[in-house]
Design a protein around this ligand. Structure first.
Ligand code: ADP
Ligand code: MG
Length: 593
């Protein structure tokens, strides 16, 4: 056979290899994801071509990926029955950087070096094939394209500026089609050649690749073998006769190696929702997000049109660390897949706004590039549209819980995520219409159970135009405020805003169903019951008293007025029309503003 030919790497490849080998240790795991994703691409290409050229499949119909490990020698082989590469393709694909994703990676890496940022970029960019050198000191690629009669072997070492290509001559290594990668692992990385380790990585990163991935695993089955030895004391009765028989056989475990399907080729989100049970969804949730509690709700949907993606979203039944944790946008709650390849679960507001960061789920897009980076995510129009749709679906789901027959479901949600909804009032004007019906408050007519704004509106008096509220630090102090006296007398319901964030949230909402929120502690409260004559009379009678009180209090009050808003209390401190409410003032003081 002709000798192996030696080729020099394109300068950029050398540089990339150098970087990978010498500076990117942090995320070695990704090598397997990258190689599996290449195998999956190669299978996709073949499957696509075979649509018009069914002959391509004639030598081998199976489209799959097989990973074998040799832990004693530290070797991993990864074989696919995909499109393979011709000699020229080996040179073009594995000797140069054609692909923009990798080029971008190089640039980003350079920028990050300059700014001293972390070199964790490898996880975000597809550095592709060369990531094999994260763990391998030598890589062999034996490949057969349907467009070539011959099978070729590409070979290179880490830290080398060149590679070789030769014809495959070992008859035991000939394959009908596809590519077989052999990774000879570096001394310190031989641990990757453990079957369990590979299995775990496959499950973690590539569980939902649409071609079957088999790993070579040791298995065992038990079998009964006869044992020659005679029972020591032969007995007479029946009981012992059975025991005697048992003693003659022994259970042994027979060990052998075989291929084991390691991924689920049909991810649950690709299945028809009609065929997936609630138990399936809950199981998937618990497995994926390591939660022992069932989610409160789930939603499985596909969007079409401008942007296509599939998703399953969940509302968990508890916040990550109890109710009072900070609302944290940096969660690992959304797992993004591109064409079923796991891309990232490391988001910071790109797919859900901060106040909805508790939503968990998977999103699978066909429109994003496989090597999508944070930068791409932040700038992408596709992602913006996705975000909008995801948020809408999340609200549908929450609304669903609020309409559940079991009231306790929503109370559970509200206890855990009520704060998030209120934060939404402040941070997401665009979705006020969706958030407002989800809010709950205590009221003068419902001190034990919170009510919704809809319930409030239904309970409004015929001539009542506004929604009344009073902010206080507890239900008790709200109930005892003199402002309430007249409204209680008139049987008008007043919302009690007792959570510090409530008042700001309501101020941001401004109105609900065209009814303004009105603070009953403000000076200009108008209940539509003005009696001009009586007012004049009162002002005449008590004008002097007011002036006297104002003189005594001086700068401490803006004014002292006769008012008809009280019933039993002699006087009340009201907030100015444009000023802070007493509650706000207290909050500001507490925060030292
Ligand atoms: P990318 O996958 O983003 O194109 P990679 O560095 O991962 O970049 O791979 C470079 C190229 O090498 C691929 O585009 C493909 O043409 C070729 N290639 C890699 N692995 C395989 C494979 N298993 N079968 C066929 N072609 C492959
Ligand atoms: Mg790739």
């Amino acid at each position: 056979p002709p000798p192996a030919e030696k080729y020099e790497y394109q300068a950029e490849v050398s540089r990339l290899m150098d970087l990978i080998v010498n500076s990117l240790y942090s995320n070695k795991d990704v090598f397997l994801r990258e190689l599996i994703s290449n195998a999956s691409d190669a299978l996709d290409k073949l499957r696509f071509l075979a649509v018009t050229q069914p002959d391509l499949l004639k030598d081998s119909v199976d489209l799959d990926i097989r990973i074998q490990t040799d832990k004693d020698n530290g070797i991993i082989t990864l074989a696919d029955s995909g499109i393979g590469m011709t000699r020229q393709e080996l040179v073009d694909c594995l000797g140069t950087i054609a692909q923009s994703g990798t080029a971008k990676f190089l640039k980003a890496l350079k920028d990050s070096k300059d700014s001293g940022a972390d070199s964790n970029l490898i996880g975000q960019f597809g550095v592709g094939f060369y990531s094999a050198f994260l763990v391998a000191e030598r890589v062999e690629v034996s490949t057969k394209s349907p467009n070539s009669d011959k099978q070729y072997v590409w070979e290179s070492e880490a830290n080398s500026s060149s590679y070789t290509i030769r014809e495959e001559t070992d008859p035991t290594k000939l394959i009908p089609r596809g590519t077989r990668l052999t990774l000879y692992l570096k001394h310190d990385d031989k641990g990757f050649a453990h079957p369990e380790r590979v299995e775990k990585l496959v499950k973690n990163y590539s569980q939902f690749v649409s071609f079957p991935i088999y790993t070579w695993q040791e298995k065992g089955y038990t079998k009964e073998v006869e044992v020659d030895e005679e029972p020591t004391d032969a007995n007479k009765d029946e009981q012992n006769e059975i025991a005697e028989k048992k003693k003659k056989t022994k259970t042994v475990v027979e060990r052998y190696w075989d291929w084991e399907l390691t991924n689920e080729t049909q991810p649950i989100w690709l299945r028809n929702p009609k065929e997936v049970t609630k138990e399936d969804y809950n199981e998937f949730y618990k497995k994926t997000f390591n939660d022992y509690l069932e989610p409160l709700a789930s939603s499985h949907f596909t969007t079409e049109g401008e942007v296509e993606f599939r998703s399953i979203l969940y509302v968990p039944s508890m916040t990550a660390s109890g109710n009072d944790d900070m609302i944290n946008p940096k969660t690992k709650n959304i797992r993004l897949f591109v064409k079923r390849v796991f891309i990232s679960d490391d988001f910071d507001g790109e797919l859900f706004p901060r106040y909805l960061s508790f939503i968990k789920g998977v999103v699978d897009s066909n429109d994003l590039p496989l090597n999508v980076s944070r930068e791409i995510l932040q700038e992408s129009r596709i992602v913006r549209i996705m975000k909008k749709r995801l948020v809408r679906k999340a609200f549908d789901m929450i609304l669903g819980i609020s309409m559940s027959e079991d009231r306790e479901d929503y109370m559970n949600f509200w206890r855990n995520f009520g704060k998030h909804m209120k934060l939404g009032c402040i941070e997401d004007r665009e979705n006020h219409k969706r958030i407002a019906p989800l809010l709950r408050f205590f009221s003068s007519q419902s001190e034990e159970d919170v009510i919704s704004l809809d319930e409030y509106v239904e309970n409004m008096k015929a001539d009542q135009k506004d929604i009344y509220f009073i902010a206080a630090d507890s239900v008790t102090s709200a109930r005892n405020t003199p402002f309430l006296e007249k409204l209680v007398e008139k049987d008008i319901e007043v919302l009690f805003l007792v959570d510090p964030i409530d008042e700001v949230a309501i101020q941001n909402l401004k109105s609900y169903k065209d009814k303004n929120f009105v603070d009953i502690s403000k000076e200009d409260l108008d209940l539509g019951d003005k009696d001009e004559d009586r007012d004049k009379e009162m002002k005449q009678e008590f004008g002097g008293t007011c002036d006297w009180i104002k003189k005594q209090l001086g700068e401490r009050v803006a004014s002292v007025q006769v008012s008809n808003r009280l019933r039993t209390s002699p006087c009340v401190l009201a907030a100015g029309k444009f000023g802070w409410s007493a509650n706000m003032e207290r909050l500001m003081k507490a925060q030292n503003v």
